[in-house]
Design a protein around this ligand. Structure first.
Ligand code: 3UK
Length: 507
């Protein structure tokens, strides 16, 4: 991939869509009662950029916190920041004041654009953060709301002539432990992800309607619901709330054809019966967590659609190993997508033979740059990004997920991948969801512990526990069965939908 020295991703994705590609009159983004064409989105972004520069004193390179549920205004704000040469720090809606304060300090945030629905926590954080100089609120209906101020501004804006490798995004990792890390991404990185996975794997078209659950504060959502549809002249329909019931309703209301969500949601949606057949879905993308083979099969039976699995990471901005419907292989995430290389290596960084499990490392047009964080040295070595995942590669170059390296359980000398135990449990008809982890054991070092959520109508008792243990022994190597098994009402998850296995230890 070659990029000119000067590049602004807003010019490429938004202004050129209107001025050079003739998409000005096409629908671009809708949601919350708004329907904007590419031209209307550009005009709104221009007006907001004028507010940022003229009223809020934004200078290129300043960091702008973006906060709100998925909504067209959030998209306009993101492009306004790009246009003005700022750095967008989009936050997850569920974050509280304390976490926002940490992020404001780490990322040295000076400005914020915030949806009224999530104002309270931001105000609380702002009160404790003097460096946050200027805050504007939208959708509060006030005379000085961001929209009202924007309306008073010119609809034109001259985009800042940023360098291709100026930072434009600071994305915080969804880190399950430790202090959050901010990853820096450049204007050219935004264009690079648009040129790779959507073109080679997703292969959507301009009449597609993109929908999904990930917040725009998660790069999975930013790419899938904003950047990718806009790079091909398609549209997206944004949902403020996107748990399975709202997703289903949204798909029906907007006629969504491309869906981005996490494996657990596919599992729940697949169980909705007939209605899921009647949606206009054409392509369905699963990422964020390993996709169990059972869920892939369930979705195919429920919809006739083969899921597109893809592993991405905040550190790499988006997906780097994936497979399209035609080449999908049950149990494998896919192959390194064109532009990226991937390898499975041992502790010393030596490539392992086919079939052996080791550390996944990847290299490509995007990569990890932590902001002021010593953990950079453990994520990137010799130009390779070590994602923290245990994978094996088969003879055809397909990568098979085993576990996060910290979710490998070592019991009596055996290596057991927690997700493999979960997959086995999930094939039992009584199991709705489950999680496995290793807990300390005097005799074996560690034993496998499973936490199980049962489907309605099943009895959580000792007989059920034994039945589940026997089921695992009959499905995979018997030494992998969960010697400890507890029933729970729900599993601990991150805001990006990932199972927090370390929290299962204390349940
Ligand atoms: C895990 C997967 C198996 C894996 C993300 C798509 O998830 C995203 O970014 P995060 O920084 O987490 C990265 C880690 O999540 N993972 C993600 N997808 C898969 N494991 N199969 C998968 N398909 O441990 C990885 O290292 O939150 C996903 C696009 C953008 C993203 N940021």
């Amino acid at each position: 991939l070659q990029f000119p020295a000067q590049l602004n991703c807003a010019t490429e994705l938004l202004d050129k869509a209107v001025d050079e590609r003739g998409w000005g009159g096409r629908l671009c983004v809708q949601g919350g009662g708004i329907r904007w064409t590419y031209r209307e989105l550009r005009e709104q972004a221009n007006r907001i950029a004028n507010v940022l520069v003229e009223d809020m004193g934004l200078q290129p390179g300043n960091r702008v916190l973006l906060r709100g549920p998925n909504h067209p205004m959030a998209v306009a704000c993101w492009f306004a920041v790009m246009k003005a040469g700022g750095i967008a720090v989009a936050t997850m809606p569920l974050l509280r004041a304390k976490e926002l304060k940490t992020m404001i300090e780490i990322a040295q945030i000076s400005h914020a654009l915030c949806d009224a629905a999530l104002e309270a926590d931001l105000r609380e954080a702002a009160a404790a953060c003097p460096q946050l100089r200027s805050v504007a609120i939208y959708r509060n209906g006030a005379p000085d709301s961001l929209e009202a101020r924007a309306t008073a501004k010119a609809p034109e804006f001259r985009n800042v002539d940023t360098a291709a490798d100026d930072t434009c995004i600071l994305a915080f990792t969804s880190g399950t432990t430790g202090v959050p890390k901010a990853t820096m991404h450049f204007h050219r990185d935004v264009m690079a992800i648009c040129a790779c996975w959507p073109r080679h794997v997703l292969k959507a078209s301009a009449d597609d309607v993109f929908m999904g659950s990930p917040p725009l504060g998660f790069t999975f959502g930013l790419g899938g619901l904003v950047l990718f549809p806009m790079s091909i002249g398609a549209s997206s329909a944004l949902l403020e709330k996107a748990a399975p019931p709202q997703l289903l309703e949204g798909l029906q209301q907007y006629g969504g054809t491309v869906l981005f969500t996490a494996p657990t949601n596919y599992r729940v949606l697949a169980q909705q019966g007939e209605v899921i057949w009647q949606t206009s879905l054409r392509r369905c993308v699963s990422a964020g967590e390993a996709l169990p083979a059972a869920t892939r099969a369930l979705w195919r039976e429920a919809t006739g659609i083969e899921l597109i699995d893809g592993i991405g990471a905040t550190e790499l901005l988006h997906i780097f190993i994936s497979a399209d419907e035609a080449s999908a292989r049950a149990g494998a995430t896919g192959k390194a997508i064109p532009g990226y290389r991937a390898e499975v290596v041992d502790e010393q960084g030596r490539p392992l033979p086919v079939g052996e499990v080791g550390k996944l490392r990847v290299k490509g047009p995007t990569g990890c740059r932590y902001l002021n964080d010593a953990r950079q040295a453990s994520y990137v070595k010799d130009g390779w990004n070590y994602t923290g995942d245990a994978y094996s590669m088969d003879a055809d170059g397909y990568f098979h997920y085993h576990a996060r390296t910290d979710d490998m359980i070592i019991s009596a000398g055996y290596n057991i991948a927690a997700p493999e135990v979960e997959e086995a449990l999930m094939t039992h008809p009584a199991v709705a969801e489950c999680g496995a982890t290793g807990v300390a054991d005097e005799e074996r070092g560690q034993i496998v512990k499973a936490c199980v959520v049962l489907k309605p109508g099943y009895q959580a008792d000792a007989a059920m526990a034994t039945a589940l243990q026997e089921h695992v022994k009959a499905s995979i190597a018997p030494y992998k069965y969960p010697r400890a098994l507890v029933f729970v009402d729900q599993l601990p998850r991150t805001q990006t939908g990932k199972l927090q296995r370390f929290r299962l230890k204390d349940i």
